[in-house]
Structure formats: structure tokens, C-alpha cells
Write a protein that binds this ligand. Structure first.
Ligand SMILES: Nc1ncnc2c1ncn2[C@@H]1O[C@H](COP(=O)(O)OP(=O)(O)OP(=O)(O)O)[C@@H](O)[C@H]1O
Length: 311
């Protein structure tokens, strides 16, 4: 099905292809009744880490990670991550600093090559079939390395052209996105002169301009003020209700609890719990569950030198 008309308060989703199901490359090795790969708890299924990449994909799976491993020298950043995200899902990845979230997202989007494991986007292997996989994805990367000597308008036009959109379409979408994100007045200023929040918003707009089926967003709310965060959330919710899929990382447990339907807690490069938000928080708050799985609250000791200097 192709959306013929769907407006997100000015962000037009015309032409978004929603439910193309690609099954040719999928090999079924077990039935759906045997195993629900979208739900996981530490210790329950270590054997799953040994599965080959040819495990079953549900027909509506848009993103599948299996056995992802990434090492940087002696640091194991990602240590056997398996995840599945369904079409129309709003999926949060949380974890302490250095847990491996950005590395995982970077392997999904083709920015970091995994040492082991497979990433399938709509059935396309990101590393074997990158053109098809990347066509479907919109990316908000970590450390926003943007062309800062462009104006916001030029940056969005560049992003749209790179994605093969016609000039007129790019111009219209640039205006609609800028309006929706509240940066229209700044479109003719250099991105290097943008505040951190404005930079995040123009990068978010750039990630959406080609109306991707899957948005992979690394900390989209970092530096964004609360009012703007509400607007961004609303845009993403409408995108999801139109059939798009969002995978994001965030340190805001409150936001994840409010807007996400699925979540994974990653600690030391491993998924310790994943599934629906209710499943993961297990009767507690997501924040408490996160702290528990991350090793609990650590008492601060020492640093008398800092306190004594205040006398
Ligand atoms: N390019 C790199 N070279 C060396 N080590 C790296 C590199 N990228 C990540 N790491 C290491 O991999 C681990 C995971 O880092 P990553 O950025 O994925 O964590 P994160 O969960 O996104 O953290 P944060 O919440 O602080 O953004 C860390 O120990 C980090 O130092």
C-alpha cells in the first residue's frame, strides 16, 4: 500500500510505501509459536545468541538484528545483540553511558561494520545489500557531523537531492519540515550558527525528507527544549500511526515510557531485557528496572578534597 495523502501537521508523507513484504530472502527455521523473538530476558535464552542469521522473520518485521558483535581493540562494545522491531513500532533502546547503543544503531544504519552478526532492514542485509537497505532508512546519527557551512535550507536540499527527490519536492518538503520543527526563520542561516537544539532539529528534518519507512534516531531529544520535544514526539507518533517505524536511543526513561511500545535495555553490549514496555518494566518503573539491570545505584565515596574546599 502506498499512502496517497497523509499530513503530519505540515509534514507530508505522500508516497511512503508502508507494507511491502519481502520474503524471498527469509529462511524459516522455527515456527512463530515456538519463539517470540521480540521478547527477551537475560539468562532465558542464551542459546539464541548462537542462532544463525537465517532465523524466522515475522512478516511484519522491519528490522532484525541477530548476533551483532562489535569490538574496538580490547573493548567489546556490542556483545551478541538480537532484536526485532515490527512495522509501525516505536522502539526505544536504553542503557548506561558506554553500553553500546550508538554502536548498535551505527551497525543498523551501515555506519559501523559489525564483526559478527546480521542486520536485516525489510529483509535486506544492510552490509550485503546496502543500497536497498539504506533507501528505506532515515538516520539521525550520533555526533551530528553535518555540513555546517551550508544554510539549513541548503542542507535539507542537499539531503533531499542525495535521496533522489526532485527539486520542487525537496523545496516543498523543506518548508513543511522546517515549519513543523520550528526552524523556518533560521533556514537561511548557516548551520554552524545554530544552537545545539536547532542543529538537532535540522538533522532530524534531514533524516525524514525522503519519507523513509524506518527512522533510526540516536538521542533525538538531546539538547531539545521541552516544548520542541513535544512537537518532535507528536511528529514521530503521527509518522508511526501512518505505518512508519521508529527506533531511537534515549536517556529519558519518562519519554520512552510515554511514547514507545517496545524497549530494550542494553548493558555492557548485551540486551538484558527487551519486549513491550510493560514486559520490561515488570510492574516497576522503567527507570527502576533500568537502574536494577545496570547494577544498581552506586554510592559516591571519596572526593573529600572537593567538599573540604567549600568550608
Ligand atoms: N570508534 C570507537 N573506537 C573505540 N572505542 C569505541 C568507539 N566507538 C565506541 N567505542 C567504545 O564502545 C563502547 C560503547 O560505546 P557507545 O558509544 O556505543 O555507547 P553508548 O551506549 O552509545 O553510550 P552513551 O550513552 O554515552 O552515548 C564504549 O566503551 C566506547 O568507548
Amino acid at each position: 500500500m502506498i499512502i496517497e495523502e497523509a499530513n503530519l501537521d505540515g509534514v507530508n508523507l505522500d508516497g511512503v510505501i508502508l507494507d511491502e513484504v519481502i520474503v524471498d530472502e527469509i529462511v524459516v527455521v522455527e515456527s512463530a509459536e515456538d519463539h517470540d523473538p521480540s521478547t527477551h530476558d537475560a539468562g532465558q535464552d542464551d542459546a539464541a545468541a548462537d542462532e544463525s542469521a537465517t532465523r524466522e522473520l515475522a512478516a511484519d518485521t522491519v528490522l532484525s538484528l541477530s548476533g551483532l558483535v562489535k569490538k574496538f581493540g580490547s573493548v567489546i562494545a556490542v556483545d551478541g545483540v538480537d532484536l526485532e522491531v515490527r512495522r509501525g513500532g516505536f522502539y526505544g533502546i536504553v542503557g548506561p553511558n558506554g553500553a553500546g547503543k550508538t554502536t548498535t544503531l551505527s551497525m543498523i544504519t551501515g555506519l559501523v561494520r559489525p564483526d559478527e552478526g546480521v542486520v536485516l532492514v525489510n529483509g535486506h542485509d544492510v552490509w550485503k545489500d546496502p543500497v536497498e537497505a539504506k533507501r528505506i532508512i532515515g538516520v539521525l546519527p550520533d555526533k551530528l557531523r553535518l555540513f555546517e557551512r551550508l544554510t539549513g535550507r541548503q542542507l535539507l536540499q542537499y539531503s533531499g537531492s542525495l535521496r533522489g527527490l526532485k527539486g520542487q519536492v525537496v523545496r516543498e518538503r523543506t518548508d513543511e519540515l522546517a515549519e513543523a520543527f520550528g526552524i523556518h526563520d533560521a533556514l537561511n542561516r548557516l548551520v554552524s550558527d545554530y544552537s545545539a537544539g536547532m542543529t538537532k532539529k535540522v538533522a532530524l528534518a534531514a533524516s525524514m525528507i525522503h519519507s523513509p519507512r524506518l527512522l533510526v534516531l540516536d538521542e533525538p531529544f538531546e539538547s531539545v527544549d521541552p516544548v520542541s520535544a513535544d512537537t518532535v514526539t507528536e511528529i514521530l507518533q503521527k509518522y508511526v500511526s501512518a505505518g512508519g517505524t521508529v527506533v531511537l536511543s534515549s536517556h529519558s526513561m519518562d519519554m520512552i515510557e510515554r511514547v514507545c511500545d517496545g524497549v530494550a535495555i542494553i548493558v555492557h553490549g548485551r540486551v538484558l531485557s527487551s519486549g513491550t514496555v510493560d514486559h520490561v518494566r515488570n510492574g516497576s518503573t522503567l527507570e527502576d528496572r533500568f537502574i536494577e539491570l545496570a547494577g544498581g545505584h552506586k554510592a559516591v565515596e571519596g572526593m573529600e578534597w572537593l567538599l573540604s574546599s567549600l568550608d
